[in-house]
Design a protein around this ligand. Structure first.
Ligand code: HEC
Length: 149
């Protein structure tokens, strides 16, 4: 290869690498935003349970539906190379045990899918739903999210 072309190829490689790093930082941002939305939905339901906000059936149902919708495809936001950086709290086990991670996500999706009607029934229903959903959060966080130091 002529030396000029060689450098061109190297430069192109550097640009490609830069592109990947950006995509990975993007994926981290997107997954954290997804979890923030899910956390926000849970927080809204907790407020109703604590009596800080009046029980609102439509709001409760919508919150559970938000969780179901945002959980969908969450596992696609963990591309290789996004294991570290951008203050991610993702645990290495996500990449070491992708099937276990997917199963924990499926559990949340199923729970949210099944709980929307219950949460929208009455305050007792909401309480049961939040309990079930909380179990699914913990089921993944315990293994796949780094503990805050
Ligand atoms: C399948 C696994 C999984 C499930 C289920 C799950 N989470 Fe997460 N969650 C994660 C991972 C992984 C992170 C860290 C993401 C990162 O920093 O890259 C996280 C981070 C978070 C964060 C911090 C977001 C931020 O960066 O500010 C909140 C809040 C959160 N989760 C709430 C919840 C709630 C509430 C539920 C249940 C309704 C839930 N999660 C269910 C995997 C999961």
């Amino acid at each position: 290869m002529k030396s000029g072309l060689k450098w061109l190829a190297v430069a192109a490689g550097v640009v490609a690498l830069g592109g990947t790093a950006l995509a990975q930082a993007d994926a981290i941002k997107q997954r954290q935003e997804t979890m923030k939305a899910i956390g926000g939905a849970m927080g809204g339901m907790a407020k109703m349970l604590k009596g800080e906000e009046p029980y609102d059936a439509a709001k409760a149902k919508a919150a559970v539906e938000t969780i179901a919708a945002r959980a969908k495809g969450f596992d696609a936001l963990f591309p290789k190379g996004s294991e570290t950086g951008a203050e991610t709290a993702a645990a290495p086990k996500i990449w070491a045990d992708p099937n276990g991670f997917k199963a924990a996500l499926a559990k949340l999706e199923q729970t949210a899918g099944a709980q929307a009607a219950t949460a929208g029934k009455d305050l007792d229903g909401l309480k049961a739903s939040v309990g079930a959903l909380g179990g699914a959060c913990k089921g993944c966080h315990d293994d796949y999210r780094l503990k805050k130091s």
